[in-house]
Ligand binder design. Structure first.
Ligand code: 5GP
Length: 114
């Protein structure tokens, strides 16, 4: 079950977050419950509930999120690699119904994921 959307309230500044990137299209902030030494969430400011509603017109925005992820990975010193994750809906493990990309790093990751 998806929790009430709180990322929109973070974008609106109604809930505090440890923001490390803010531009016209997206916001990035540290996850409140980090699963790795680096765990950052990169979210579009456009309201997009989940990955499977994306359309072709969202392509440049999604490209932007990836490039911000790459920049933050470099800024945060993740020179040996990192993982970008987008969970989609319940079976994908999504709990907040506002599209977001996880940037995880600072430890080894394994495959298959849990
Ligand atoms: P999902 O499971 O939807 O892919 O990821 C949601 C993420 O949001 C989780 O990693 C969770 O720890 C994080 N999260 C939930 N509530 C808050 C919050 O209030 N602030 C921050 N910074 N992260 C949150």
């Amino acid at each position: 079950m998806l929790a009430e959307n709180l990322f929109q309230r973070i974008i609106e500044g109604k809930i505090p977050a440890n923001v490390i990137h803010d531009d016209e299209h997206c916001l990035a902030f540290h996850d409140i419950s980090p699963q790795a030494p680096v765990h950052v969430l990169i979210i579009p400011k456009k309201i997009i509930p989940t990955h499977d509603v994306l359309t072709r017109e969202d392509g440049p925005l999604m490209g932007h999120l990836h490039l911000v992820g790459l920049k933050l990975a470099k800024d945060l010193g993740l020179v040996d690699g990192y993982r970008l994750v987008i969970n989609c809906k319940d079976r994908g493990g999504q709990t907040v119904p506002h599209l977001h990309m996880h940037l995880l790093g600072g430890r080894d990751f394994h495959w298959p994921p849990g």
